[in-house]
Design a protein around this ligand. Structure first.
Ligand SMILES: *Cc1c(COP(=O)(O)O)cnc(C)c1O
Length: 636
């Protein structure tokens, strides 16, 4: 049992309630746990129990853990929230959501979403030919929609028309004008009855990271003239009744609700004008963009959003309703393509800390020698004179000495031994200034970097590029915290570094109680204990976007279902092994077989020459082959 107050403090320190959306909490053992039903008195899945079971199964870390119940819960939430907004406002259309599979294409994820969405006729969205083939095979519900976006070639459209022959509600969304002609020609050729949508290019400029998806220079979408010309073309071919949907998408993770309202109103006008001219558009598709509050700040910043899902749904319904009522046209069905909101919370990456990189692990004897370089004696003087009155001045001085040492060393005037002394003295002074800062009320801005300078680097068994691509590529914030010892006050200020050889392979931006910090508070490592930390909200995009930097491949995966009757409230439904070294090598055109043979040949020839004894030779070959078949991450 841990002190509930301390557990509470940890919860606040890591902002769990704010980004967790009700799914995460700290239990009486001081471990992070998942609340699949968002209730403290409901089932609780303890991360440390899951980790113990994963270890017992012999599955090495890092591991992705998926909580299927969270996925199901988010699907339900999105649908019921729209249903409620529609009912409350007396809106006359219905809601049809579709899940865009690009957000997480993993088959198990898509299957779970379809299953949880069945009562709501929740459909799928595809943006490429391969995705289209997946959604054709998986969305069998004749009630739910399949929406097709992205640029299309003839085969793409033929596949869509094949789906129409299977009686699916497949809507081809025209993104560029030439697609009208293609759809008309191929529909006649295949004697199929297409359902057509049009993507309108809105003038409203999205905000946030993906604002390039809308506005006049957006890649996708039709201008007003193109829409009118397209309708004329359909009319000439007797196909205007095929036009079923109006679509827009202003970009992902829209931080500001105002943008969404403006977009709905603008697209609503387009819809109403078309409806007034007698075109029977059944569906109004608001695309994606519903944001996730990654940093828990509830603000209009890039890693957050200034609205709730309830507000999002209510604003879409009422903005559209207002335009329709004002222009005297019927209320269309509303379609949403939210993907990030549905998948972000359900998965996380658990990794172990391998080592701590201290700036000051080893020090050198710094006693004076007669003929030492003046930089060494300057540094020693600074150390000797440091006091409560001159610490800022001292800090400035030693920064300068340190920089000068680098140049002097390059020019060959400072020896390696002298440089070691200077480094040692420098870090001793930094530590002492850090101690002084703890005593004073005011810390000048310049000195705030000491915190960071002093921070240790915790070396974690993962690759930023594989598991947290967005933190590197677009500076996306992810919640990161230990999953254990949350009943203890953490005292080590750290940044996190990964095991790739890339200097970008680190995380130095963390959520703090108010804003961001460059370091994270973690616990000191204990000699005989594995220390586990989690990267959370990785279920959207990050999960499937990882790259092959340094040939670390996909992670092991564990799929968890909640089971209230189980003593631990969960069971592991499936374990999927991550990439082996030979898997990732093969994707880069290497042949692991040839590699193994070439090593064996070399060893055989050395055995032949008597340089290696046969028994040893066999062992080396076996070891090489075992490593090829093994996990790419560090063994623990
Ligand atoms: C990416 C994308 C989505 C998903 O957006 P989210 O912000 O993840 O919900 C929806 N529609 C289209 C057309 C997209 O390109």
């Amino acid at each position: 049992m841990t002190d509930p107050q301390l557990a509470q403090d940890s919860c606040e320190l890591y902002n769990v309630k704010r980004w967790g959306n009700g799914y995460f909490s700290v239990n009486d053992q001081g471990n992070l746990c998942v609340l699949p039903e968002k209730r403290e008195d409901g089932p609780k899945i303890d991360f440390m129990k899951v980790i113990a079971e994963i270890k017992a199964e012999g599955i090495p870390f890092p591991t992705v853990i998926r909580f299927h119940d969270i996925l199901r819960s988010q699907v339900r939430l999105l649908n019921t929230t729209f249903h409620e907004a529609i009912a409350e406002n007396g809106y006359q259309g219905r809601f049809f959501g579709v899940y865009p599979i690009k957000v997480n294409q993993m088959r198990e994820v898509v299957e779970e979403i379809i299953d949880a969405g069945a009562p709501f006729a929740y459909g799928l969205e595809a943006g490429s030919k391969s995705e289209l083939m997946a959604v054709l095979a998986y969305n069998e519900n004749s009630e739910s929609l399949t929406i097709l976006n992205g640029y299309k070639d003839e085969d793409y459209i033929r596949l869509a028309l094949l789906g129409r022959k299977l009686r699916r509600k497949i809507i081809i969304v025209v993104e560029s004008f030439s697609e009208f002609e293609l759809i008309i020609r191929l529909s006649k050729e295949m004697q199929a009855d297409p359902m057509i949508g049009i993507r309108t290019k809105l003038a409203v400029q999205g905000s946030g990271r993906w604002s390039g998806s809308s506005g006049d220079r957006a890649k996708f979408g039709l201008t007003s003239s193109e829409i009118l010309a397209g309708i004329e073309l359909l009319r000439k071919n007797g196909m205007v009744s095929c036009l079923k949907l109006l679509h827009f998408h202003i970009g992902s993770q829209v931080p500001d609700i105002r943008i969404i309202k403006e977009a709905v109103t603008e697209a609503g006008r387009v819809y109403a004008h078309l409806a007034k001219s007698g075109i029977n558009i059944e569906y109004f598709d608001v695309g994606g963009g519903l944001g996730v509050d990654y940093d828990g700040s509830r603000s209009a910043t890039n890693s957050s959003r200034n609205y709730t899902v309830q507000e999002y749904a209510a604003d879409i319904v009422t903005c559209l309703q207002q335009v329709c009522d004002e222009m005297g046209v019927y209320h269309p069905n509303i379609v949403s393509e939210s993907g990030r909101y549905v998948t972000a919370h359900h998965s996380c990456v658990i990794t172990n800390v391998i080592d701590i990189i201290h700036q000051t692990r080893l020090s050198t004897d710094t006693t004076a020698k007669g003929d030492e370089h003046v930089l060494v004696s300057n540094m020693r003087d600074s150390a000797e004179k440091l006091n409560l009155d001159n610490y800022q001045e001292t800090f400035n001085d030693i920064q300068q000495y340190k920089d000068e040492t680098t140049s002097a060393f390059r020019f060959g005037v400072v020896s390696l031994e002298e440089r070691a002394k200077i480094e040692t003295l420098y870090w001793q002074i930094i530590h002492r200034i850090y101690g002084i800062l703890a005593e004073v009320d005011f810390i000048p801005e310049e000195l705030q970097q000491i915190e960071e300078l002093k921070a240790s680097q915790y070396l974690c068994n993962f690759s930023v590029f594989q598991s947290a691509a967005d933190t590197w590529a677009i500076n996306q914030i992810l919640p990161i915290m230990p999953v254990m010892r949350l009943g203890e006050k953490p005292a080590a200020r750290c940044s996190l570094v990964d095991i790739t050889c890339d200097s970008d392979g680190k995380i130095t931006n963390f959520i703090s109680k108010d804003g961001y910090e460059q370091t994270l508070l973690l616990h000191d490592l204990q000699p005989d204990e594995d220390y586990y930390i989690g990267l959370f909200l990785t279920g959207a995009y990050q999960d499937v976007m990882g790259d092959m930097h340094n040939l670390f491949g996909r992670l092991n995966e564990v799929h968890i279902y909640c089971d209230d009757d189980d003593p631990s409230d969960y069971y592991i439904e499936e374990i999927i092994r991550g990439s082996s070294a030979q898997d990732v090598l093969a994707t880069m055109q290497y042949s692991p077989d040839i590699m193994a043979r070439s090593i064996k040949k070399k060893i055989d020839s050395l055995v032949h020459k008597g340089a290696i004894i046969p028994r040893e030779g066999v062992r080396l070959v076996d070891f090489y082959e075992k490593c090829l078949a093994g996990y790419t991450y560090l063994k623990n």
